[in-house]
Ligand binder design. Structure first.
Ligand SMILES: [Zn+2]
Length: 447
């Protein structure tokens, strides 16, 4: 049986009308067996931000039935006044009178299967010969376990939905499905499978030429991809990732990728640092540009016109700050330029009317630290409210789930979190999430 490790964990759930005692676990751990979705969940909130971008409400009762929001009422309404029928046997009340409640956060750029600096591709104890022969399947299993652990960290950090934009191996689909089936604790995952990249080899995700690129996209579709991720430029950590570098794909290849994704109504997210690639893919009408480090006025004009989201991933600067020390040319110059332009470029895009959806690049940055990305947005000039919108309303819109996620409104999933301080006044409050509810299931309860 899997255990959620939450030291000092204590469930303060008021049982109403004979609530199941199985939910009340011991003070040290909560097992997944104990995770239970009550038919009714009544949340008494001291403060609640139902719709980021609009004012919060004081003293409210959030009514949840079968995992979805029914309504939000003024004041602390007792469950007995809300639930009066036979279903009242399965009601729980969450007392969050000293907390600030808001929608579950969403990270549009994570890599659950690895963490930078942590080598998951070790020998795993096998003989060299065996490992050589079975390398990929061993890695896939190992990566599943890594991703499972990172998924738990992500959810406990208050992130109830993520886009996993690129993983080696097919394990990420199994993880997504296992979470959806309720067998593993983690956020909702939308996954792209392998990243489509320009390359002459026949490895997964590699393609060259129109036919080959169509095939690479269809391979992800066959596995059940929720979106398609493309490398439009080199990685920013490579010498070829500089500002004026050309796109690594030809235009007909990019069109083939986008059009093939569209046959299954899948959105396309494109990794792009250099200006030329940003402008090319934005003009072709992709859903989001990841990083967008060297966007210029023309990029911003095209992105706004074509409603292309920017997913900034400023958290990678945690690494840049370390890597730049002792770096040599050409990487030193590339990193300095990246450091100087990436954050201001995000703010310029925002001011130009380009919508920002939060993405931390967790995997390159630290898992479970996703809200640090929002601190970066505020550091570079967004308001705390705008940063929260980027991680809720905008993210939900980017993945086409604005009707289901992103706000606490009737009919939507009851994905909500609670923090001790008002994050509209101090965005860093989101770095320490006290309560997490996903789809009406309490996955992290107040201490
Ligand atoms: Zn990434």
């Amino acid at each position: 049986m899997l255990q959620i490790k939450c030291p000092k964990f204590f469930l303060v759930i008021v049982a109403v009308l004979g609530v199941s005692s199985s939910l009340v676990a011991n003070a040290e751990t909560v097992s997944e067996e104990n995770l239970h979705m009550p038919k009714w969940l009544i949340v008494h909130a001291g403060m609640v931000l139902p719709v980021p971008g609009k004012p919060p409400r004081r003293n409210a009762t959030i009514v949840v039935r079968d995992g979805r929001i029914v309504e939000i009422r003024d004041g602390q309404i007792d469950a007995t006044q809300i639930v009066t029928d036979a279903s009242s046997a399965d009601v729980e009340t969450l007392q969050l009178l000293d907390k600030f409640v808001l929608p579950g956060l969403m990270d549009m750029h994570v890599h659950l299967s690895f963490e930078f600096g942590v080598d998951g591709q070790q020998n795993h104890g096998a003989s060299e010969e065996y490992a050589r022969e079975h390398r990929s399947s061993m890695d896939d299993v190992y990566n599943f376990v890594t991703a499972q652990d990172n998924a738990r960290k992500t959810l406990m950090a208050g992130y109830t939905t993520v886009r996993n934009v690129g993983s080696d191996g097919w394990h990420i689909f199994a993880l997504r499905d296992a979470i959806n089936d309720g067998n593993i604790v983690g956020p909702r995952i939308l996954t792209s499978g392998y990243t489509i990249h320009a390359g002459a080899d026949s490895g997964p995700g590699a393609c060259t030429g129109v036919e080959s690129c169509r095939r690479a996209v269809r391979a992800q579709i066959d596995m059940g991809a929720d979106l398609i991720k493309v490398y439009g430029t080199c990685s920013g950590s490579k010498p070829c990732g500089y500002e004026t570098a050309p796109a690594v794909f030809l235009e007909d290849e990019l069109r083939a990728i986008i059009e093939t994704a569209a046959t299954r109504e899948l959105k396309v997210a494109v990794h792009a640092h250099g200006t030329a690639a940003i402008n090319l893919v934005a003009s072709l009408g992709v859903a989001s540009i990841e990083h967008g480090s060297f966007n210029d006025a023309e990029s911003r004009r095209i992105m706004k016109k074509n409603s292309v989201y920017l997913v900034p991933t400023l958290s990678v600067h945690d690494n840049i700050k370390k890597d730049i020390v002792g770096a040599k040319e050409p990487m030193l110059g590339i990193m300095q330029n990246f450091r100087d332009k990436h954050g201001p470029g995000m703010l310029a895009a925002h001011k130009a009317g380009v919508k920002i959806a939060s993405g931390s690049d967790a995997g390159v940055s630290q898992h479970g630290n996703n809200a640090h990305e929002l601190e970066y947005y505020v550091e570079y000039g967004l308001t705390a409210e705008e940063a929260i919108v980027a991680a809720t309303v905008n993210a939900a819109d980017l993945i086409g789930m604005g009707d289901e996620l992103g706000t606490l409104e009737p009919g939507k999933y009851a994905d909500l979190i609670a923090v001790d301080e008002n994050p509209l006044e101090n965005i860093s409050a989101l770095m320490d999430v006290a309560v997490v509810v996903k789809g009406g299931q309490i996955v992290k309860a107040p201490k």
